[in-house]
Design a protein around this ligand. Structure first.
Ligand code: FPP
Length: 256
């Protein structure tokens, strides 16, 4: 969609309940500006701030951000350490803003792999914001979908062995409840910045019916208007969940 996009152009009744974002392109942004990679990540934090605010204002209920993947542990140690420090600093600094905007912080992923201070800061922020009733900001940390699925399978096997779960009771809901996203509705919209057309081990189970939106914009350049553009694009799509277009229209008429 070309041209200017404003908040007024969106239908507030058709907002996605859950938006997930793969924030990509910080390194390339830094390179283009002749800067070290960490400058890109720092600029990326500014984007996190404005998009979280815009999502809360737009009435979106869940915003999940892929901040650090299991595979990111393989980056040069210096970048890993600096990213951890940035995440911890950001959370400490932004807790007041989260409180002001009634945002509740949640995390998914293998938090136990994070440095103890980082675990502590995130836990504290989650506790402090636990009573907030607005947007749920879900940060994926040391997260990968295959890690999460293996963990869920192991947990279910162990429960079957102990008699807490019957094998014949394992259905889609049981699997969902064993993922780190238990209790969080599946994303309706996935946004990936920087022009890469991949899911990269992110929420593979949960994205089964999500609408996918890819933009060449690098994460530090991703503006609120670009975000609205993605939401507007989503609102123009027909979500069929495997049904025919005619069935979807009939369902909508019955609902109205
Ligand atoms: C991808 O860019 C980005 C990351 C791996 C980290 C994202 C982290 C932040 C934006 C920092 C803070 C986040 C929160 C939630 C406080 P890349 O380095 O893969 O970029 P490239 O593909 O251009 O190299």
């Amino acid at each position: 969609m070309d041209g200017q996009v404003t908040k007024e152009m969106m239908d507030s009744r058709r907002m996605p309940r859950h938006v997930a974002i793969i924030m990509d392109g910080n390194g390339r942004w830094a390179k283009r500006h002749g800067l070290a990679r960490m400058f890109g990540h720092r600029q990326g934090v500014e984007t996190v701030h404005r998009i979280t605010e815009a999502a809360a204002e737009a009435g979106i209920r869940y915003l999940t951000l892929y901040a650090f993947s299991t595979e990111n542990w393989n980056r040069p140690q210096q970048e890993v350490d600096a990213l951890m420090e940035l995440l911890v600093d950001t959370i400490a600094k932004e807790t007041a803003t989260l409180m002001k905007n009634n945002v509740r912080l949640l995390t998914i992923g293998d938090l136990a792999r994070l440095p103890k201070t980082a675990q502590e800061k995130f836990r504290r922020c989650m506790e402090q914001t636990a009573g907030n009733t607005g947007l749920r900001l879900v940060i994926a940390l040391s997260y990968s979908s295959r890690w999460e699925l293996v963990r869920a399978v192991k947990q279910m096997v162990s429960e079957v062995q102990s008699g807490a779960l019957r094998a014949e009771d394992i259905d889609e809901m049981a699997v969902s409840e064993h993922l780190t996203t238990a209790g969080i509705p599946d994303p309706d919209l996935l946004i990936r910045t920087s022009g890469e057309l991949r899911i990269s081990n992110f929420l593979l189970w949960q994205l089964a019916y999500a609408e996918l939106y890819f933009t060449p914009c690098l994460w530090p350049d991703f503006t609120v208007e670009e975000f609205y553009r993605a939401l507007l694009d989503y609102q123009g799509r027909e979500r069929r969940f495997g049904k025919t277009s005619e069935q979807v229209k009939t369902d909508q008429e019955i609902k109205q």
